[in-house]
Design a protein around this ligand. Structure first.
Ligand code: MUC
Ligand code: MG
Length: 369
């Protein structure tokens, strides 16, 4: 039986300002959900987002109040091992709130996998690999700082895929910034861009043409999420792959995007999808329609990061790797044993459930009162 559900907000400073087209982050607010069951088993989930309400339509505070007021009261007392029944009850009575649903579902699946003594990936169909490639996002806003940061990552064998955040400056300035970084890093690394919806379709035509000619490997969400037809035209026009991110809100939108071939690649995010099982459907739709996959992040801490990894490790194809670096952007780790990043890959734990253990003292210190 579910005994209690607690939603915790913890503000953790980032290692440097992280500049996106819609927000500059200097703090990340981790949104953590802890579900305690009558058999003593505890499950953890995460609903962290980016920039308050600047990125998505759920804020850390709205997730907390909606779980505390509308979701927890409905499911406390339900049999904790009936995860599908619990999630159906929530889906029938709560519109939207995909991040909140993801955190609850993750916590329930973590508890259930611990109960069964298996890693979460086994509950999700079975692990196909033990480590996942991880990209790093260069977003200091300064070309030479970004190059130095990338060189350091290469030297430490932590990342060899780099995603550049652009869209704040003019198209010409952004293109110059990206191509300078690509030139400095050379052909052995993959350089990609995330425009975070900042371009008009015309700007995208100019910008992508220059980036494609300069050897950039992937263009993420160049235009507004409300313009999937423009995405489709861009995907049709260019040979450099176009990736859907903000436009992708779970299985129904994945189906629409795939039907109209509005993207060559999907950035699958568990919270944007509404949970691990919906994200699994997004991946299935992609696979069936010939869309490639990328494991996305909302810059979650270790709970959401490893939950995502447990799912992505079950994908038969993950052509563009992942960007599961969220914990590395934070100045504080909330795990007793930090996640292992080695040889450009995030290593999956083999312990039951998510396979991690939270540092309760650390969390008690960081959590909002
Ligand atoms: C996004 O839009 O992809 C992922 C990496 C990063 O730096 O920001 C996020 C969100
Ligand atoms: Mg993105």
């Amino acid at each position: 039986m579910i005994r209690s559900i607690e939603t915790i907000l913890a503000d953790v400073p980032t290692i440097r300002p992280h500049k996106l087209s819609m927000a500059t982050m200097s703090i990340q607010t981790l949104v953590l959900v802890r579900i305690l069951c009558n058999d003593g088993i505890e499950g953890w989930g995460e609903a962290t987002t980016i920039g308050g309400l600047r990125y998505g339509e759920e804020s850390p505070e709205s997730v907390k109040i909606n779980i505390d007021s509308h979701i927890a009261p409905q499911i406390i007392g339900m049999p904790a091992d009936q995860v599908a029944v619990i999630m159906r009850r929530i889906d029938r009575s709560v519109q939207g709130n995909r991040f909140a649903k993801c955190a609850i579902e993750t916590a329930l699946l973590d508890a259930q996998a611990k109960r069964l003594g298996i890693p979460l990936s086994e509950l999700l169909g079975g692990r196909l690999c033990d480590a996942l490639p991880v990209a790093w996002t260069l977003a200091s806003g300064d070309t030479s700082k970004d190059i130095a940061e990338a060189e350091q990552m290469l030297e430490r064998r932590r990342h060899r895929i780099f995603k550049l955040k652009i869209g704040l400056r003019s198209v010409q300035e952004d293109v110059a910034h990206v191509l300078a970084i690509k030139k400095a890093l050379g052909d052995a690394v993959s350089v990609r861009v995330d425009v975070n919806q900042a371009w008009s379709e015309l700007e995208a035509m100019t910008g992508i043409a220059a980036l494609e000619a300069g050897g950039i490997d992937l263009i993420e969400q160049p235009v507004k999420a409300e313009q999937p037809q423009a995405m489709a035209r861009l995907a049709d026009h260019f040979s450099v792959p176009i990736m859907a991110d903000e436009v992708l809100h779970g299985p129904a939108s994945a189906f629409e995007l795939a039907k109209h071939h509005a993207a060559d690649v999907f950035a699958v995010k568990i919270a944007q999808s509404g949970g691990l099982r919906p994200a699994q459907l997004v991946a299935a739709i992609a696979q069936l329609s010939g869309v490639a996959l990328y494991g996305g992040t909302m810059l979650e801490g270790p709970v959401g990061t490893i939950a995502s990894a447990q799912l992505f490790a079950t994908f038969p194809e993950l052509g563009y790797g992942t960007e599961l670096f969220g914990p590395l952007l934070l100045t504080e780790d909330i795990l007793l044993e930090p996640l292992v990043y080695r040889d450009f890959m995030l290593q999956l734990p083999s312990k039951p459930g998510l396979g991690i253990e939270l540092d309760r003292d650390k969390l008690a210190r960081l959590r909002r009162q």
